[in-house]
Design a protein around this ligand. Structure first.
Ligand code: HEC
Length: 186
């Protein structure tokens, strides 16, 4: 693991910070300057650890009021996406679609999936929700956080690298890994 601030191995970084703190604590009279350096070292350490830990996936509140795609139906029963779905894009993501799929940091896109019921004129029960959030910390998945949720909004634990990104990489490597386009939001 590499510390994003020092660029050193994280263990080395932690040891250096601890070293600075110890050296100052065991000195009898602690001058103002080193007290400050201890505070700065601790702060930098806390911030670098916080920046390092990838945040857990949370379904954004209020996405139902974002820009909504047309109703999309996939009637191919062999498809993973058999059913009805709607795509929701926040303001930043809409800018990304308008710029031919070049998305600004922080863009969020949510898809809700529903079963097909009877003649498919009405949506069946919701069965799945997925999220993509542009976040440069997620280097393994193209700078996007991918997350799957059940209909209740609880994380479904689908592997973002093996399941989600694999398919998005195949279908949209040249479109910032986003498969839909502005045409879906007419
Ligand atoms: C088998 C291929 C495949 C897999 C696996 C897959 N997706 Fe997708 N995903 C698609 C396709 C195709 C679309 C476009 C749907 C449309 O245009 O209506 C899409 C659309 C999306 C969108 C809307 C933005 C876009 O790219 O168009 C999000 C968000 C999304 N998927 C998230 C996920 C997440 C999270 C996972 C893993 C839990 C996942 N996807 C797994 C194929 C896949």
């Amino acid at each position: 693991m590499i510390c994003p601030i020092t660029g050193w191995n994280l263990n080395v970084t932690i040891n250096v910070y601890i070293g600075i703190v110890r050296k100052n604590i065991f000195r009898k009279a602690i001058p103002m300057k080193s007290t400050l350096s201890v505070i700065v070292a601790v702060l930098v350490f806390v911030i670098s650890v916080a920046a390092f830990a990838a945040p857990a996936a949370v379904l954004p509140k209020g996405y139902l009021s974002w820009k909504k795609s047309e109703r999309k139906i996939d009637t191919d029963k062999s498809s993973l996406f058999y059913g009805i779905h709607y795509i929701y894009a926040d303001k930043a993501a809409m800018k990304g679609y308008q710029a031919d799929n070049r998305f600004p940091e922080g863009s969020r896109i949510v898809v809700e999936y529903f079963n097909i019921k009877g003649n498919s004129a009405v949506d069946g029960p919701k069965n799945m929700i997925v999220l993509m959030k542009k976040d440069k910390r997620f280097k393994q998945t193209g700078g996007w956080q991918f997350a799957g949720f059940g209909a209740d909004g609880k994380p479904s634990g689908l592997d973002p690298v093996k399941i989600c990104f694999d398919c998005h990489l195949r279908d949209a490597a040249k479109k910032d890994y986003v498969i839909s386009t502005k045409k879906d939001f007419k």
